[in-house]
Ligand binder design. Structure first.
Ligand SMILES: NC(=O)c1ccc[n+]([C@@H]2O[C@H](COP(=O)([O-])OP(=O)(O)OC[C@H]3O[C@@H](n4cnc5c(N)ncnc54)[C@H](O)[C@@H]3O)[C@@H](O)[C@H]2O)c1
Length: 374
């Protein structure tokens, strides 16, 4: 086994810890050709740094990320910080000569994403953007189905990502609910890359968008006994047009923080005249497939654990969030080493910029109340 690739994390919050867990069970990837290990962590918050003191292999824990950038002991940096910090920290990582797994949305807005991709190109570093749901077995079957052109004349595509925790008006505000730190794209910056990654990879970049954006709770508890503005878009419905094989096809994209009954539901559905396919994380080992026949029948397929990279987990077991996150990391490391082959790769900086172009058009559409070109 080659390696190890030495990984550092900047931002040890929700996703920084998830990355530590993925790297900590790297051996779950069966026969993977390269080793990757977490060696360094930076976070401005002491309680976040404290958590990493129990993580085996971590040799350096710091408050200032520039300490990690100066280190000769780190090859790849994963950055998971609020969106207003993406541009500064990603640029610093590239200038320090490190490879980068960036978090979405890859800059707080389209201009920031544009400057970032220019920095990526001039740096020559290997950079990908985090988007893990596409690595679930069901999502991969959707990719194969579409590439196998088993659906006849395309009718429509629906994709989305729904949350419900913001239904609680007493949930305290945090950086994801304020424009200055999350960005004017709001929920699209949180959930949009997840929704657009597969359509973009399949070549379905929206040409036009008609957006319905909602701000639902505009004030929330500030967590200190007072109230604070909550000024981001909460829910976004984007009705878009895409070109599929020369036909103009409606593609509806939904990103919602207030979706009753949904904890973390990512889904995609593709319908055509001869067939259709539907996958949702609500039923993580179930794939629904439609084939045109005399009767109207959706077949339910039990998927099991069919991962992009072989894993020790039994083939009949159920996949979940930590599994697709580890698979995404496997894709990042494999591609960095030139070993990805035909396997599905991580979201690219170009795909992230494309997603920002869609979100920017959605903001224009919401203001003009018309369909806008992307
Ligand atoms: N891929 C996914 O499924 C997924 C899920 C959630 C969030 N995200 C993305 O991950 C990123 C982080 O989100 P999160 O939910 O982990 O947020 P979080 O608030 O849980 O963690 C962010 C961390 O960054 C730290 N931080 C802030 N400024 C810093 C600085 N200057 N240097 C070092 N650390 C600093 C904070 O102290 C905090 O611990 C965002 O871009 C978000 O969109 C991705």
């Amino acid at each position: 086994m080659k390696g190890p690739v030495r990984v550092g994390i900047i931002g040890g919050g929700l996703m920084g810890r998830e990355t530590a867990c993925a790297l900590g069970r790297w051996f779950a990837l069966d026969g993977f050709p390269v080793r990757a290990e977490l060696v360094a962590v930076c976070d401005v918050a002491e309680d976040r740094r404290e958590w990493f003191r129990n993580v085996p292999g971590v040799r350096s824990i710091a408050a200032d990320y520039r300490e990690m950038l100066r280190s000769g002991e780190v090859d790849v940096i994963y950055v998971a910080v609020p969106h207003n910090l993406h541009e500064r920290i990603y640029t610093d990582v590239l200038e320090a000569g490190k490879d980068l797994l960036a978090e979405k949305p890859f800059g707080i807005d389209l201009p920031a994403a544009g400057r970032l991709i220019a920095a990526v190109r001039s740096s020559g570093r290997f950079v990908r953007v985090s988007s893990e749901f596409t690595f679930l077995p069901g999502a991969q079957r959707v990719v194969n189905f579409v590439r196998g052109q088993k659906f006849g004349i395309p009718l429509e595509v629906r994709a989305g990502f729904w949350h419900s925790s913001d239904l609680d008006p007493d949930k305290p505000v945090n950086w994801k609910r304020q424009t200055s730190t999350c960005g004017s794209i709001g929920v699209m910056g949180d959930l949009g890359m997840h929704v657009l990654h597969l359509p973009l990879r399949l070549g379905w970049k929206p040409k036009r968008v008609h957006a319905q954006l909602q701000k639902i709770y505009t004030m929330r508890p500030d967590g200190k006994g007072g109230r604070a503005p909550c000024d981001t878009w909460d829910n976004a419905i984007l009705n878009t047009d895409v070109d599929i094989g020369g036909a103009e096809v409606p593609m509806r994209l939904e990103m919602k923080r207030l979706a009753p009954g949904e904890t973390n539901t990512w889904y995609i559905e593709v319908l055509g005249t001869d067939g259709g396919i539907r996958f949702t994380t609500k039923e993580p080992k179930t794939l629904w497939v439609f084939r045109r026949g005399k009767d109207q029948v959706w077949e339910r397929i039990d998927l099991g654990f069919q991962s992009v990279f072989p894993a020790v987990t039994g083939g009949v077991f159920e996949p979940g969030f930590p599994d697709c996150f580890l698979q995404m990391w496997g894709a990042f490391i494999a591609e960095r080493e030139g070993l990805l082959g035909e396997k599905f790769g991580c979201a690219t900086p170009e795909e992230a910029v494309s997603s920002h172009e869609v979100f920017a058009a959605a903001l224009r559409s919401s203001a003009s109340r018309k369909s806008e070109p992307v």
